[in-house]
Design a protein around this ligand. Sequence first.
Ligand code: LLP
Length: 438
Amino acid sequence: MKLSTNQSQRPVTTAISQNGNLMIGGCDTVELAKKYSTPLYVLDEATIRSTIADYKSAFSSYPDTNIMYASKALCTKAVATLLDSEGLGFDTVSAGEFYTFYKSGVNMAKVLFNGNNKTAEELELALDLGVGRISVDNFYELSLLNTIAEHKGRVADILLRVTPGIECHTHEYIQTGHLDSKFGFDLTQIDSAIELILQKYNHLKIHGLHAHIGSQIFETSIYPDEIEILCFEISRIAKKFGLRLNEINMGGGFGVKYVDTDVPPSIYEIGKLVTDKLKQCIEKYNIPPPTLFLEPGRSIISPAGVTLYTIGSSKQVPHGRKFVSVDGGMADNPRPSLYHAQYSAQIANKKSSSKTETITICGRYCESGDVLIKEIELPKTEAGDILCVYNTGAYNYSMASNYNRVPRPAMVLVKDGHSDLIIKRETWEDLIKNDIVP
Ligand code: LLP
């Protein structure tokens, strides 16, 4: 099966310069670190575009497929503009996310608003800004949204978020499709929800079903299972209620390769399994071909991103391990401490053939758990070396904090030897700007 970018640990443009430095997007990463300071998030445009090309080609046998980038992975105006230029739609889970797309000039009809406890204020803003679909998660929200739409004299276009009851093997915090989940209607609750929409909530128009099983998934069989369940439900609803649903949103969750031992499936394999299954189900259940929506987040943006750090102090524990500290850590990348996530890295200014040592890379934050990489073999490190951690495009900046009152890093977009600042580095002044002394 053809390889796709989610199966590669590094950006597609990764290279070594003549002087032995690590290059990304045609830019020398050591020079980037000098110019913009560290920690620095670097995003490679070519990798993002190549991933999207993989998705488009992998699902091309079912032309009515739409990719809705799950913006929780990384949501900034530059990312919105770039992905919009590729024709993607956007999955959002807060007003802050869909406001970013609005301010980036995205056609809001291509935006979906999703989440298990949207506030009334957020739902109002979604209707005011013309968000295309709202994926309603529960009975409380059906009623709330109907009331808000009624007050505005509007009809809200919705999907029903359902829990298909499929378990996947990933970290339990990022599983969502199993039955005992906080997200979505249980399959046994769908009929009551549809009855309410058809009989009582006149300000809601339902277009389809939405599900999401989990994140960083390596199994492939769960996707056709999910398609089967959603198609079966659509045909059942058509028969029972005479209601035609035209949209199936299968969520995201496609895995990426953080370390050598990760073996995520090719997007081409998933595309073939899903589109074959969908075509089969259309015949089997005799349903009109629905529009298919995918919501990949991590797999679109993670491999394109790296983080550059400067190495500072180190400590050799007598008869123990050697800790090497960098100038960032759990506040710019909370994933190792939250999910025991693993990462691979390289010294940007040293040839990998140099004499190596096994070290623990820890962050600068006041917590023993602030370890970025537990054990890695790298060329012998010195203070001032630049460390490049791979696959940090997703859920790093978006989950970053100001823990220990440290400003969040800058982000640059690199392409063909050129770099653009897309997120400014925070200043100490930024940190206190909302403080009020009564
Ligand atoms: N659609 C829905 C409804 C979701 O809840 C999610 C992720 C996605 C799509 C995108 O999933 P992806 O393709 O990115 O795997 N913070 C965690 C990941 C949480 C994912 C939550 N939902 C992490 O750092 O691993």
